[in-house]
Design a protein around this ligand. Structure first.
Ligand code: CO8
Length: 258
């Protein structure tokens, strides 16, 4: 594995575990962390030994936002010319599933990073928020769009306008987190969940991710048509034959592509 300064990476079986590692800045997302995280994710996406990725932070903070100190003096022309944050489009291009395992603060860019993952497992200590308004700005890594799609207009608008935080229970109730896990078990549970996914047929997993993501992007008629076509395509996979044969023969499937 490559060595990085702002993240730690570890392989556990077919699962890649990425730990954000700028503890002194509560994992604030600066340019270096952005580049290191994105290139690690792209590497895992290409690595045939990996079936699922987990991103986590520390007990205190998943990430407390984009690095305020890095942006403080920036001018409009710098932000616009460099198209600040546009690098994150590379994360959306990752085709293997990514789970966010969130303990402590997931604020601003940290909340947005968690929402760019395919789902969020929240520790009971998790706190989510889009406090940018308190800094005189607004979410810039997708928060106004993804939070609204995940929790609905009322909660998203209130959170972005007031900067208030949501605890884990509210986040689960609102649909931001898939589940709540005791903080001490968060990473193990996230890795276990990732192992379950990594044990499935990888092409089938990638097609599921693609199909579910489609729901955000197109209307229902187009989404259903896309789902049906991808479903049909799965019958070209030997793993479909294996999965269904194994069910009929009452045994565990031995997927070829994982
Ligand atoms: N950026 C840089 N440094 C940070 C950040 C951050 N987002 N968050 C915390 N830190 C640093 C602190 O400055 C402090 O450093 P130092 O020890 O050198 O003073 C260290 O981390 C520890 O933080 P605290 O002492 O503040 O820890 P507390 O436990 O007292 O408080 C909080 C924890 C509540 C999380 C607090 O740190 C906080 O409010 N942080 C900022 C949260 C925030 O506002 N996040 C949003 C950032 S903006 C963003 O994400 C998107 C902006 C979009 C702009 C669009 C541009 C195109």
């Amino acid at each position: 594995m490559m060595t990085h300064e702002t993240i730690l990476t570890e392989q556990r079986g077919r699962v890649a575990l990425v730990t954000l590692n700028r503890p002194k800045a509560l994992n604030a997302i600066n340019r270096q962390l952005t580049e290191e995280l994105l290139s690690a994710l792209e590497g895992f996406d290409k690595d045939p030994g990996i079936g699922c990725i987990v991103i986590t932070g520390s007990e205190k903070a998943f990430a407390a936002g984009a690095d305020i100190k890095e942006m403080q003096e920036a001018s409009y022309i710098e932000m616009y010319s460099n198209d600040w944050f546009s690098a994150w489009d590379r994360m959306i291009a990752v085709r293997k599933p990514i789970i966010a395992a969130v303990a402590g603060y997931a604020l601003g860019g940290g909340c947005e990073l968690a929402m760019m993952c395919d789902f969020i497992l929240a520790a009971d200590s998790a706190k989510f928020g889009q406090p940018e308004i308190k800094l005189g700005v607004m979410p810039g890594m997708g928060g106004s769009q993804r939070l609204t799609r995940l929790v609905g207009r009322a909660k998203a608008m209130e959170m972005c306008l007031t900067g208030r935080m949501m605890d884990a229970a509210e986040a689960e109730r609102a649909g931001l987190a898939s589940r709540i896990v005791p903080a001490a078990e968060l990473v193990e549970e996230a890795v276990r969940t990732a192992e379950t996914i990594a044990g499935m047929s990888l092409p089938a997993v990638m097609m599921v991710k693609e199909a579910v993501n489609r729901a955000d992007q197109v209307n229902l008629t187009e989404g259903l048509r896309h789902e049906r076509r991808v479903f049909h395509a799965m019958f070209a996979l030997d793993d479909q034959k294996e999965g269904m044969t194994a069910f009929v023969e009452k045994r565990a499937p031995d997927f070829k592509h994982r």
